[in-house]
Design a binder for this molecule. Structure first.
Ligand code: NAD
Length: 262
């Protein structure tokens, strides 16, 4: 039996293709899952397909009362919470031309919401003797990308404050880490390519040492590991699940492009 069996996780932003990968991975390990998202239609149908140990709770992470209600539902339904995966996000970003309103909306969803969730979940995890939080960073928090400002700022901040949170939640025996995916086969990528994985992989190839986009379950494996006891001495750090995106220098990229053109 999996060491995670019987535990409880709240996953924000779970109503997507990437969400499906993370939710399924936890469910396979026997973890009971609360999916917290504003997208009711996709979230509810995924939860319905997963059975009684996965519930969808309409949750807006920019609203404190909504976060409180989600946590309460998890406690009422499953008896407590052991893990939190802060995955909810928005790609709202107009680069250098982003308005103040959009800056604040983006940071509220991409950065602040998850941190308020962590703050509120900590005492609940403490009642179970501790827990683990996994934040979602991104390659966008590490390198500059065209057209991006707000998203990159939020992701860079997440990478920084993951360590701060780890330090401050250690007394409650809560570890805090992050994963930083590269291009991953996800709802946005499915939409952008007209559901053509091959097209996504061809465009991604020169940027990733692995020469393709990542799978949701490959990101999920890292999230599960960070929650598990196998990661008991890993705290305040990031795992790059980016197929070598951030390890690749310009020469490597040139080489990959040359191979593609040959
Ligand atoms: N897709 C990629 O290639 C990629 C790469 C690197 C990192 N990531 C990260 O992985 C995570 C998931 O990415 P994705 O591409 O599936 O994103 P997405 O935009 O498709 O999904 C985000 C989810 O968050 C939900 N959400 C938005 N606002 C919310 C709010 N106020 N309260 C609750 N939920 C809210 C949305 O409804 C949606 O279900 C994000 O943190 C993203 O930054 C993705």
């Amino acid at each position: 039996m999996s060491e995670l069996a019987g535990k409880v996780v709240i996953i924000t932003g779970a109503s997507t293709l990437l969400g499906q990968g993370i939710v399924s991975a936890f469910a396979r390990e026997g973890v009971r899952v609360v999916m917290a998202d504003i997208d009711v239609e996709n979230g509810q149908s995924l939860a319905d397909a997963m059975g009684d140990d996965v519930v969808f709770v309409h949750t807006d992470i920019t609203d404190d009362a909504s976060i409180d209600a989600c946590i309460q539902t998890a406690v009422d339904r499953f008896g407590g919470v052991d893990y939190l995966v802060n995955m909810a996000s928005t790609y709202l970003d107009n680069g250098i031309a982003t308005s103040r309103e959009d800056w604040l909306t983006s940071l509220n969803i991409n950065l602040v919401g998850g941190q308020i969730f962590s703050q509120k979940i900590a005492p609940v995890m403490e009642r179970r003797g501790g827990g683990a939080i996994v934040n979602f960073g991104s390659i966008a928090g590490k390198v500059s990308q065209p057209g991006r400002m707000t998203y990159s700022a939020a992701k860079a901040a997440i990478l920084r404050i993951t360590g701060n949170a780890a330090m401050q939640l250690q007394p409650q025996n809560i570890r805090v880490n992050s994963v930083s995916p590269g291009w991953t086969w996800s709802s946005i990528m499915k939409m952008a390519t007209g559901d053509t994985r091959e097209k996504a992989d061809t465009v991604a190839a020169p940027f990733h040492i692995m020469g393709r986009t990542g799978n949701p379950d490959e990101v999920a494996e890292a999230v599960l590991f960070l929650c598990s006891e196998k990661a008991r001495f890993i705290n305040g750090t990031d795992i790059a699940v980016d197929g070598g995106y951030t390890a690749l220098g310009p020469e490597g990229m040139e080489d990959a492009v040359a191979k593609l053109m040959a």
